[in-house]
Design a protein around this ligand. Structure first.
Ligand SMILES: *Cc1c(COP(=O)(O)O)cnc(C)c1O
Length: 381
């Protein structure tokens, strides 16, 4: 929905800095400030666009345009809705599209809240099937499914699957296709152009990139399906605050700068880790010999900021995390400040005890690599 008339540039940087901006108005700011409103003046008969604050907000409208311009440049048929968090967005798609007796296909190696969503779907009488992300294994369990949920690259294992191939197979069976685009960001991957019906993401991660906002969104190209998502947002009330929406929009202006820097450094860090004998199971989709690279290269334009690897023991991994000075021991990913964690501390992910998920920030690559290598040295017995 690019009706602002300002998205004239073709490059990602140009698109990011101008995304969603309204027409310039003399004496007005370029990006209008957050609109704090529970209700709007509404004399007479009820008519839109802005009636009540849970239904719509002008600050959301600009952010939704911005995200839509990045997820599907030059496509007028795409609608974007922002929600309170990535999980709110995922729930909005899953629970608005399926009914008792429907079957849903999820990955079995995706985001750690998926098993909770699975349990809730099953409690509502929905059949849930799972398969791994790698090797397009979800293809084998698609028959009679209502909705296929894809997460590529998967979090935290960083496997990939072929979105176009899976979407074609799902559509041939009458299923809708949703892709979790959190890790890739719209600058890394455009699921709607690859055939998905929904691109769903957490804006909490690299999209906003500063670790200070929770946000989610759904972009979709089927009007009826998106109307159901909108209705779900209204009845559940999982809406972002105007301040969060405005901060997110402001942050998107630097998306291309951040993503390019963080991806380039992530590759450098992965290359440095590859030389270390204590590191096993190193994964980064941008490494040419990574098992995920072939599929990633055909559908991604950037490979993300997350690197994962395994250290020999839990104790070694904990000492490594303690020894890092430029990398905070914290969950989540995508922020300008590097973070890492021992993923096994949460339980739930099928990962070794020494498995580390490292999110590469915007620090200088030389500083970050030096810090990681020093922490590896210091954490050795
Ligand atoms: C974090 C994350 C989510 C959930 O997002 P929240 O904003 O934390 O609710 C969903 N999918 C993936 C892949 C994530 O990393």
């Amino acid at each position: 929905m690019s009706d602002s008339g300002t998205s004239v540039g073709e490059g990602d940087g140009t698109r990011a800095v101008r995304a969603g901006l309204p027409e310039a108005v003399k004496n007005e700011p370029t990006l209008p400030g957050p609109v704090f409103a529970a209700h709007y003046h509404l004399p007479g008969d009820v008519s839109g666009p802005y009636t009540y604050g849970r239904d719509d907000n002008p600050t959301w409208t600009l952010l939704e345009r911005a995200i839509g311009e990045l997820e599907a440049p030059a496509r007028e048929d795409v609608e974007t809705l922002v929600l309170a968090s990535g999980v709110a967005a995922a729930s909005a798609v899953l629970f608005s599209q399926v009914r008792v007796g429907d079957a849903v296909v999820l990955p079995n190696d995706g985001y750690q809240v998926l098993p909770l969503l699975r349990a809730q779907l099953e409690a509502y009488g929905v059949e849930v099937r799972t398969a791994p992300t790698a090797n397009d294994a979800q293809l084998d369990v698609l028959d009679d499914a209502k909705l296929l949920w894809i997460e590529t690259p998967s979090n935290p294992g960083l496997d990939t699957c072929d979105i176009r191939r899976l979407a074609e197979a799902a559509h041939a069976r009458g299923a809708l296709v949703a892709v979790d685009n959190t890790l890739a960001t719209p600058l890394g991957q455009r699921p709607l152009e690859l055939g998905a019906d929904f691109s769903v993401a957490s804006g909490t991660k690299q999209l906003t990139g500063h670790g200070d906002v929770l946000l989610g969104y759904v972009a979709g190209r089927d009007g009826e399906a998106m109307a159901a998502v909108r209705r779900w947002r209204k009845i559940v009330g999982a809406i972002p605050g105007p301040m969060e929406a405005w901060l997110a929009h402001r942050s998107i202006a630097t998306l291309q700068l951040r993503v390019d820097r963080q991806c380039a450094t992530a590759l450098t860090v992965a290359e440095a880790l590859r030389e270390r004998p204590e590191v096993t199971g190193l994964r980064y989709p941008g490494l040419p010999d990574d098992p995920a690279h072939k599929v990633a290269a055909q559908q991604m334009r950037r490979y993300g900021c997350v690197v994962s690897f395994t250290l020999p023991t839990r104790a070694r991994a904990e000492r490594f995390l303690d020894a890092l000075r430029l990398v905070d021991d914290a969950t989540s990913f995508g922020g300008v400040r590097s973070t890492a964690e021992r993923r096994g501390r949460w339980g739930g992910d099928a990962v070794p005890e020494g498995f580390i998920r490292l999110s590469v920030g915007a620090e200088d690559a030389e500083d970050l690599v030096a810090d990681v290598l020093r922490a590896l040295d210091e954490s050795a017995e």
